[in-house]
Design a protein around this ligand. Sequence first.
Ligand code: SAJ
Length: 425
Amino acid sequence: NHVAVIGLGYIGLPTAAILASKGLRVSGVDVNDKTIAAVNAGEVPFVEPGLSVVVKKAVADGFLSAMSSTPAADAYIVAVPTPFMADKSVDVKYIHAAAEGIAPQLVGGELIILESTSPPGTSQRLGEFLIELRPDLALHAGEGKTVIHVAHCPERVLPGKIMDEMVSNDRIIGGVSPEAAELARDLYSVFCEGELLITDAATAELAKLVENSFRDVNIAFANELSVISEKFGVNVWELIELANHHPRVNILQPGPGVGGHCIAVDPWFIVAGAPEESRLIRTAREVNDAKPRWVVDKVIAEIEALPANSEVALLGLAFKANIDDLRESPAVAIALELAERLPNRLLNIAEPHVDVLPNAFDAFSNVNLRSIDEAIDRSGAVAILVDHDEVKTLDQTVFGERAVVDTRGIMRVNKGSNQASLVAS
Ligand code: SAJ
C-alpha cells in the first residue's frame, strides 16, 4: 500500500502526512527542491496549525519521504495548482506535468485521484491524457486492456483548520468509472471520519466550484451592504449583527475584499464554462474584486485630512486571519495601490506572520515592514486589513486620536457610529 502524493503544498502535504500517520507508505513528490529538503528534515515550509508535529513524526517513523520524481505506487493523489489563465479558464499545465510523471509508472490497476479544484470534465480529460501516454491501458473494463481507475475527490478543508477538517469533513468522491469511486472511497476511509459521498466525476468537480461560489456570493452580499451602509451613515457590523437575529437570516462578514487561491478563483471556472448563465456568480466576483479599491479610496480620504508628513499604518497582509498566506490577498493589493498613490507618505506595514515583504513591494521606497506597535506609533491613520489575533487583542487605547479605517469590524465603537469614520475611543 504505497501512495504517491504529487504536489506538497497546502493540501498535498497535510494529506500525505495524515495518510502516513495511519501507517501507509507515502511518497511526496514536488518540483521545489526546498520543499523536498524541508519535508525530509521533518519540517513544514508554511504555517498551518498542527501540521508540523504530524510531518515530523511521519518522517521520523519512516512512513513519509519527499522526492522530485514520481515513483511507482498503488495510488496517486494529484494536488497541484490549477490557476486560471488570462481568459479565466483553467490552466491544466501542472495536471499534465503530474500525468507525465505518473504515466510511465503505471502497470494497470492503479487508482489516480485528482484533488485539485477543476472545471467539470477535467478528471475525465486527465484519464484520457494518461491513456494517450499509455495506449496499452484503458479507463473502463471491456476493451481487452488493463484498466486504471481515475477519480476526483475535491478537498474542502479550511486553511488554518486543515488538520481537523481533513479528518472530520464529509468528502465528495466522483469516479470517472464506478469502480474508481469505490477504490477512492476505500483510500479516504483510512483517515476520513466524515461521510464519503459517491458520485460521478463531473458532479464532484462542479460541487466543489459551487461550494466556493456560494461563499463568494454571500460575502459579496456582505461587502455590498458595507458600501450601502456607508451611504446611509449606518454601522454595517451592527446592522448585520441585528439582522442575523432573524431565525432565517445569516449574513457573512464584509471585509477588504476576498482573497486566497480558492474563493477568488473557483467561481471564474463556472463563469468561463457558462458565461451567459452565470450572471449572479460573475457579479459577486466583480463586487468582491472592487472592494480593495473602495478601501484604498477611504484610506486616502482619511490621510488627506492629515498633515503632509503623517504616515499610514496598515495592519495585516495575509488573505485572512492567523495565517501567513499572501496569495490573492486583498490586503496586499490595497498596500500596493496605496504605495503607488501616496508616493510622498511613508507606509508602515505590520504583518506578524512574515519576515520580509513580497517582491512586489521592491518597486516602492515608501514602504516598511514594522511591528504592530511601531507601525501604529508612527502613523496618523491606521487601516486594519486583517483580523489577526495580534490585532484583535490590541488594547484599543493605542489608537489614541488616530483615524482608523477598520475593514474587519474589530473596533469596539459606540452603536450607531459610522464605520466610515471610525475614530478609536
Ligand atoms: N471572508 C470575508 N467575509 C467572511 C468570510 C470570509 O470577507 O465572512 C474573506 C476572507 O477574509 C478571505 C476570503 O474571504 O479573504 C476567503 O476566506 P474563507 O475563510 O472563506 O475561505 P478559504 O479561501 O480559506 O477556504 C475556502 C473554504 N470554502 C468554503 O468555506 C466554501 C474551504 O472549505 C475550501 O476548502 C477552500 O476555500 C478551498 O481550498 O477551496
